[in-house]
Each structure stands twice: as C-alpha cells, then as structure tokens.
Design a protein around this ligand. Structure first.
Ligand code: UD2
Length: 343
C-alpha cells in the first residue's frame, strides 16, 4: 500500500470541493462519536464497529487530512482505529500481567479431519512452546479420528479436548463446515469454558510467540499474499449470486481464513452468519471462490474487527523472507495436496 498512489485524484474527479468538505466533516463527526462511544467503556475500541466501507484508506486519509500510523510503510492502525499487531507495537509484559489477573482461558480450535490428523503432532508440540505461554489453554480438536490424536505432553493449565465430528467427501466442504461446528460448540460448550476463541488451520506450526496481544473482541489476520496490496487485487467473491459477494468499491483488507477469533460471543455471531450464508449458497448451487474464507471476508467488511493481526501471525515461507517481518510466528507446513485432500 503506497501512500502516494492515486490519492486525491479519485476524490477530485467525482466530487466538488464543497462535497468533499461536507463528506469530510460528516466522516470526522462519525469517527468522533464512534471513538468516544468506544472509549467510554475504558477498553479502546473493543466492540466491532460499522464505518464507511466505500473508502480506501488513502482516500480516507485525504478527507480527514490525517495520516494513519505506519511502520515502514505498513499500517499499524486501521481507519476505524483498530490496532494492527506487529512486533514492537505492544508491551507483552503489561499485557501478560493484565490477562493473568483476569485468569483468562483461551480456546484454540483446530480441525483434523481425515488425513489431516498427521499435522496434529507438530501443531500441538509447537503450540506448547509458543502459544499463550503462561496462560490457561484448551485445545479443541475437531476430528473424525479420535483414536489418532497424538498424546502430547502438556504444561499446567493446558488441556486437550477431543470433539468427535463427522467428515465430508470434499475437502472444500470440510473447510466450510468448520463455521457450523465452531458455531454449534460455541453455544454448547465453549461459552462455559473459555473467554476467547482462536480458530486456526492445522497444517501449521508455531515458530515464535503468539500471546495475549492477539486477543480482542473480534480479530482477523491479514492474508500473507495481500497485506500490501490494493483493494482491487483482493480475491473477494465477485459474483453477485453468492452471499459472499463484495462489490469492487468495498472492503478494507483481505483476511486469511486460517486465523481469526475473538470472544466466544463474537465468534458465535461470526460463525452463525457465515454458516447461514454458506447454506444459502449451497441451496442456490453456488460455492464461494475461496469457500468460507470468502464469507469471512464479507463478514469483516460489515463487522469491522477490533484488532487485526499482521502476517507475522500467518506466514508461508514459500512467499520468501521479507524485511518487514521481524517475526514469523505461525508458519504453513508444506503439504502434498494430492496425498492428503479427500483422503
Ligand atoms: C486456505 C485457508 C483456509 C481455508 C481454505 C479455503 C489459510 C492459511 N488457509 O487454506 O483457512 O479458508 O483456504 O479454501 O488462510 N481440513 C481437514 N481435513 C480436510 C481438509 C481440510 O481437517 O480433508 C481442515 C484443516 O484444519 C485445514 C483446513 O481445513 O487446515 C483448511 O483446509 P486446507 O488447509 O487444505 O485449505 P488451504 O490450504 O487452501
């Protein structure tokens, strides 16, 4: 995202100065009201907010005559004032103390259906080293093969909970049905056991600290392939027939399907909406281009995350090493699609 690219031109071409002034003032007013509303709870913007979806970050900066904070040309705060978490943007010591005082338990949901059970061992072992160190954790493992869940030595306050679920013939359906299953167990079980849910892919390994700095009411992760890209290149669902459709002039970021979360209540709402949309698509004989990731992206267009994780939290070394990444915390494990999908 380069600050100088196509900035004012887009606005000047469409509106008179007076229009721009009125729109700017209105937007500023909305932001101020939203800001004070959110800060009045003493928790800085911890409730998903609705702000204009039709402006890119650069246009917004022009209208408001402000510059959103950046680190080395990447945003560290969204136009709706949600932090974007990079190494160096938070104080781990203070956050750890705050969450320890609250005695927070975090649920990590992961699906290992059919052959994907082979990823569990490395996933769990590395999570024990790096995930929410010093905090209480429940690993919720959804699988159709409970007997193949590996025994991994766990530290105090950490538990593995195996949830037996059905499988589906197509990998796409398995991926999408995660929304339904997380939703069901959120109301049946998670709400009574944990404060936050972190929902991730299993073909991954932790490679550095992933701690309480990620926690917020609703959070998503910038997709490693699109974190610096312009809106036009985001691979949102573009067919209006799908419930995941996002018009070309909407959307802020492209989020990864493999790492999102929030309070149990917010994850419950998100998964409910996405599952319902997936079912409507199914009835209409259409499947979104990137399955539930497309629905997740649509959801985040209209329910802004209260925190966003940088690609430090979901990286694939196939994309190479980048100067901007001070840490590669959660890494894709290479997989042979032909050998494990639909098996
Ligand atoms: C991307 C997304 C993924 C999902 C998918 C949809 C990332 C890192 N990943 O991953 O979240 O949105 O696109 O197209 O953003 N699974 C099983 N058994 C199966 C198939 C899938 O357990 O037979 C589970 C497993 O937890 C896996 C996840 O579903 O990690 C997603 O499937 P994938 O990893 O094969 O999809 P991929 O790599 O295209």
């Amino acid at each position: 995202m380069h600050k100088d690219q196509g900035k004012t031109g887009a606005v000047k071409g469409c509106f008179t100065k007076r229009h721009v002034y009125v729109m700017g003032c209105t937007t500023l007013l909305c932001f101020s009201v939203g800001y004070f509303w959110n800060t009045s709870n003493d928790i800085w913007l911890d409730t998903p907010t609705q702000v204009s979806n039709t402006m890119s970050n650069h246009i917004l900066e022009d209208l408001l005559q402000i510059e959103l904070p950046r680190r080395c040309d990447v945003l560290v705060m969204t136009p709706w004032f949600a932090p974007i978490v990079w190494e160096g943007t938070y104080n781990a010591e203070i956050l750890n103390e705050q969450f320890r005082q609250r005695n927070v338990t975090v649920g990590l949901t992961v699906f290992a259906i059919k052959k994907y059970v082979i990823f569990l061992k490395k996933f769990l072992e590395t999570a024990e080293t790096y995930f929410m160190v010093g905090h209480r954790v429940n690993y919720y493992i959804f699988t159709d093969r409970p007997e193949e869940v590996p025994k991994v030595e766990l530290k105090e306050g950490r538990n593995v909970v195996v949830l037996q679920v059905q499988n589906y013939p197509r990998w796409q359906e398995i991926s999408m049905r995660r929304m339904e299953m997380i939703n069901y167990f959120s109301q049946q079980q998670f709400i009574n056991e944990v404060s936050y849910l972190v929902c991730v892919d299993v073909d991954m390994r932790f490679n550095d600290q992933v701690g309480v700095e990620i926690l917020s009411n609703l959070f998503g992760t910038l997709h490693p392939g699109f974190y610096g890209a312009e809106r036009q290149s985001f691979t949102y669902e573009r067919r209006p027939a799908s419930q995941a459709y996002v018009p070309r002039d909407e959307g802020d970021f492209y989020y990864a399907g493999g790492f999102f979360g929030g309070t149990v209540m917010e994850v419950y709402k998100l998964t409910k909406k996405c599952h319902e949309a997936i079912m409507v698509d199914k009835a209409n004989g259409i499947e979104a281009i990137w399955q539930e990731e497309s629905h997740l992206n649509k959801y985040f267009v209209y329910h802004k995350p209260t925190k966003i994780l940088s690609p430090e939290y979901l990286w694939d070394d196939n994309l190479g090493r980048r100067e901007i990444l001070k840490k590669r915390r959660f890494l894709a494990v290479p997989k042979n699609h032909a050998a494990i999908r639909n098996k």
